[in-house]
Design a protein around this ligand. Structure first.
Ligand code: S3P
Length: 433
């Protein structure tokens, strides 16, 4: 892919109406479960991006049928145990969710499967899924804890009760998916803090037996999964850059339609409220087993706040944006217990600092988070920043440019396509200059 540099000019405000693309986490799960359901699934409102296309291609090479038409898909599932060994390795691209969830399903198949990723994904930890799957009796090999990963299913697995060493929805989901293939009994995952529960919700919709508690989730072996008929809500994580920009820019008034507001995802709303932001959530409704709403956001002055370890999973992908909010709030803000940020698509503690400091934000990093001394005025901007090959960092840089006095040039801006290919076009459609 060609590396693109994008100039983002300062804006006066954000005004208008938007609908962001479908949720990436839910889209991955829908494609994976649609592949192992019995028969025809129909999915609408898919978040089509490089990450989710990697999942669509992966399930195709494994033998499922995927017909994509814009943001809709018809799928032919092959049944729980019907996936076939492809001719070569499965390419997961940049998609951590695919690389962590798929092995849970492959552990229940017959045969030897190899998963590969791009350079960034190949540096991210995989022991976290290899360990529980091995405990369940699958044969899993990593490359010194990283991709390439080989998983060899032997048809049936042992159930486990697994305490997650880190709060990770990806690891929880991997173990729960493998639990569908256990020879008997309950597979349970205990969480140090609640993480996104899309897998549990979707498994329930597909007819699997699932039990959920505030700090754990369990599944029982399944004979079959029912096909899905899902309308996927807008991605809260894709709405977040607009929520943050509209909060920070004077005279902004923005409506975001059909956004997923699953409480395991909307920690940013709680944090924004604590800071004094003006975000209204209305038209709450269910869609595809998930809560959805419209959001209206207007400019507000902000005060500093602290985000602690229990809250981190509910806004893990929004913490880079929180650093910018904090940079323009009254007082000192702190994030603790977020060491997981160091093993995302980039080391997000370092890349947030590398983007925000040159623009004039006073941020100090710690081993598991950062501190920001806010100044309630526009940061200077004016620099060139590197997206570090990370879609969320590219979007952070764009919002920082918009709210700055001199704008910003983003190198590697093309990385937004990993989750949100139309991000820059949508941003320009609502920016008032
Ligand atoms: C995801 C879970 C989170 C998140 C990632 C998507 C998912 O990762 O950061 O972008 O779809 O389950 P962890 O659960 O590993 O923290």
């Amino acid at each position: 892919m060609t590396v693109t540099s994008v100039e983002v000019e300062p804006a006066v405000s954000l005004r208008g109406d938007l609908a962001v693309p479908g949720d990436k986490s839910i889209t991955h799960r829908a494609l994976l479960l649609g592949a192992i359901a019995d028969g025809e699934s129909s999915l609408a409102g898919l978040g089509v991006s490089e990450d989710t296309l990697a999942t669509a291609r992966a399930v195709e090479v494994l033998g499922a049928r995927v017909e994509l038409h814009g943001d809709r898909a018809s799928m032919g599932g092959v049944g729980l145990r019907g996936l076939r060994v492809p001719d070569g390795p499965i390419d997961c691209g940049n998609a951590g969710t695919l690389m962590r969830l798929l092995p849970g399903i492959l552990a229940g198949q017959e045969g030897r499967f190899e998963l590969r990723g791009d350079e960034s994904l190949s540096s991210r930890p995989l022991d976290r899924v290899a360990e529980p799957l091995s405990l369940m009796g699958a044969h899993v090999e990593t490359t010194e804890g990283h991709a390439p990963l080989v998983v060899e299913g032997r048809g049936s697995l042992e159930p486990i009760r697994y305490e997650l060493p880190v709060a990770s929805a990806q690891v929880k989901s991997c173990v729960l998916l493998a639990g569908l293939y256990a020879s008997h009994g309950r597979t349970e995952v205990i969480e140090p803090a609640p993480t996104r529960d899309h897998t549990e919700r979707m498994l329930e919709s597909a007819g699997a037996k699932v039990r959920r508690k505030p700090t754990s989730a369990a599944v029982w072996p399944a004979e079959r999964l029912a096909p899905l008929a899902l309308e996927i809500p807008g991605d809260f994580s894709s709405a977040a850059p607009f929520l943050v920009a509209a909060t920070l820019l004077p005279a902004s008034q923005l409506r975001l339609h059909g956004v997923g507001v699953n409480p395991t995802r909307t920690g940013l709303l709680t944090v924004l409220e604590r800071m004094g932001a003006r975000v209204a959530v209305f038209n709450r409704r269910p869609a595809g087993g998930e809560p959805v709403a419209d959001l209206e956001v207007a400019h507000a002055d902000l005060v500093a706040t602290t985000v602690g370890v229990k809250e981190v999973p509910t806004l893990v992908d929004e913490l880079p944006l929180f650093a910018l909010l904090a940079g323009m709030a009254h007082g000192e803000s702190v994030v603790r217990g977020a060491a997981e940020l160091r093993v995302k698509e980039s080391d997000r503690i370092e890349s947030v600092k590398n983007v925000l400091r040159p623009l004039g934000i006073r941020i100090e990093t710690t081993h598991d988070g950062f501190r920001v001394r806010g100044i309630p005025s526009r940061p200077k901007g004016g620099g060139v920043v590197d997206a570090a090959g990370d879609h969320r960092i590219a979007m952070l840089a764009a919002v920082a440019g918009l709210v700055s006095r001199e704008g910003v040039r983003i190198e590697g801006a093309e990385s937004v396509a990993v989750s949100f290919p139309d991000f820059f076009a949508m941003l320009e459609s609502i920016a008032v200059r």
